[in-house]
Design a protein around this ligand. Structure first.
Ligand code: HEM
Length: 422
């Protein structure tokens, strides 16, 4: 990218600058008239220029070797020739910006860069005047030096102010980051506490289910026993997840290569815990593939979409299918049902939290957060989610997971300041 583009200096901007400087066509013609003596003056100017810079510690420290100085004499002479060429268009602007960028890179303060032009004036002006058969008035030369001093000083305050402003912004940003990490650590501590609570509650529920199944083995129907067994398995599943998070919270939610079909099967097994689910015809894709995703997150996505479809089915024997149709850059999954569909006016807000239709509130006691979480999890994976629906015919919730693994958050995490003890 050119510096002109990077700094946003358009052709219009260039014209504006020249107009403001009152750099007219007459000026350009006058400068060109000097060209005839360029070669006489350029070499001498370059010689004296670097003698001057080497005599001052501020500039001498940057001129590390005689070879560099020799190279710069050549660069300086062609810089001077370009100055007099009278062609101040795109190319000229770009090259001048490049020179500025080079000096910034070597750490030369702008007032010294600018100050060096004083030498240009001191050497070149009297030389040109002599060739024109006149004498350059000394007071004007002195005045130009004072003008350069002023420009240097005002530039210095511009830069000092800009640096201050940046420093202040940096401080604000650091403060915000500190607050963010502190809040995050607090949230993690509470999550840990909640995790322990959930784990013991689930253990108790699973044990109770097992106890009921064993103690009343003869008196409960097979179907009830199989529901208890599934409920038990579900509890242990969650205990596994919670234990994983508790033992390594940093890595919880980290993506890995997983088989999406297996994840769909786990989600479908949860569906079987619900009475009435045996009447639903459930199908899933058979494509063998692997996706880079957080297994728990992806299971939540499928589980929410499948359970959502199930809870809205309005037929005694409904149909739910999970389909897969990859695009060039994404894995595309869809959960399709033949339920009542969704009214068009609801489609837009369906992924917002706590949004539920009146009719749904009576049917199941979710809080309207399921689809919101689906959207968040998918977004965290770098994908997108959307819904298509025809009232009376059914709905299709689709989401994508990029085929290319997302860059990890490690760099961001490495910014984390010293953690306080949990
Ligand atoms: C009238 C003011 C100045 C002009 C017109 C000027 C011009 C130039 C030009 C045309 C280049 C080549 C840049 C490139 O190819 O990108 C250059 C490089 C350089 N200038 Fe200057 N310069 C000025 C002032 C100074 C001063 C005061 C110093 C202080 C020592 C300095 C040190 C350097 C150095 C070290 C480089 C080489 C950078 C590199 O290639 O790593 N210049 N200058």
């Amino acid at each position: 990218m050119s510096l002109l583009d990077r700094y946003g200096i358009s052709a219009e901007q260039q014209t504006l600058r020249k107009q403001f400087l009152q750099l007219t066509d007459d000026d350009v013609r006058s400068v060109r008239e000097l060209q005839q003596w360029t070669s006489d003056v350029a070499a001498e100017l370059a010689e004296q220029f670097y003698r001057h810079l080497l005599a001052h510690p501020e500039s001498a420290k940057l001129l590390s070797s005689p070879e560099l100085v020799e190279r710069l004499k050549v660069a300086q002479a062609s810089y001077f020739q370009e100055l007099l060429a009278g062609d101040y268009g795109d190319e000229y602007f770009e090259r001048r910006l490049q020179v500025g960028a080079t000096h910034h890179e070597i750490g030369l303060e702008p007032q010294f860069y600018l100050g060096a032009f004083s030498h240009y004036m001191q050497v070149a002006f009297p030389e040109f005047a002599a060739r024109m058969g006149t004498e350059f008035p000394q007071p004007l030369l002195s005045l130009l030096k004072v003008i350069l001093l002023d420009i240097g000083l005002s530039l210095e305050s511009y830069f000092a102010e800009a640096t201050q402003q940046l420093r202040r912004r940096n401080e604000h940003l650091e403060h915000a980051l500190q607050m963010y990490f502190q809040t995050e650590m607090k949230a993690q501590r509470y999550a840990k506490l909640a995790g322990h609570e959930i784990r013991s509650a689930l253990n108790a529920i699973a044990n109770a289910c097992e106890e009921v199944a064993e103690d009343f083995a003869g008196s409960i129907p097979d179907e009830a026993r199989s529901i208890l067994a599934r409920a038990c398995r579900r509890c242990w599943d969650i205990v596994d997840v919670v234990e994983g998070i508790l033992s390594d919270p940093e890595r919880a939610g980290e993506p890995q290569w997983i088989d999406p079909a297996a994840v769909v099967d786990q989600a479908a097994e949860r569906l079987r815990l619900h009475p009435g689910s045996e009447n639903v015809a459930f199908q899933r894709f058979n494509t063998v593939t692997s996706v880079w995703a957080d297994p728990v997150g992806l299971r939540e996505v499928f589980s929410n979409l499948i359970s959502n479809a199930f809870h809205h089915l309005d037929k005694p024997a409904g149909r739910i299918a999970v389909e897969y149709s990859p695009s060039s850059s994404d894995h595309v999954f869809s959960v399709v049902d033949d339920g009542p569909g969704i009214a068009t006016e609801r489609l837009e807000s369906i992924f917002q939290p706590f949004v539920r239709a009146e009719s749904e509130k009576s049917k199941h006691n979710g809080r309207g957060l399921g689809l919101y979480f689906v959207e968040r999890i998918v977004r965290e994976h770098g994908g997108m989610v959307w819904v298509e629906s025809v009232p009376g015919q059914g709905s299709r919730f689709s989401f994508t997971i990029p085929k290319e693994p997302l860059v990890k958050l490690a760099t961001f995490r490495s910014l984390r300041p010293g953690e306080d003890s949990p």
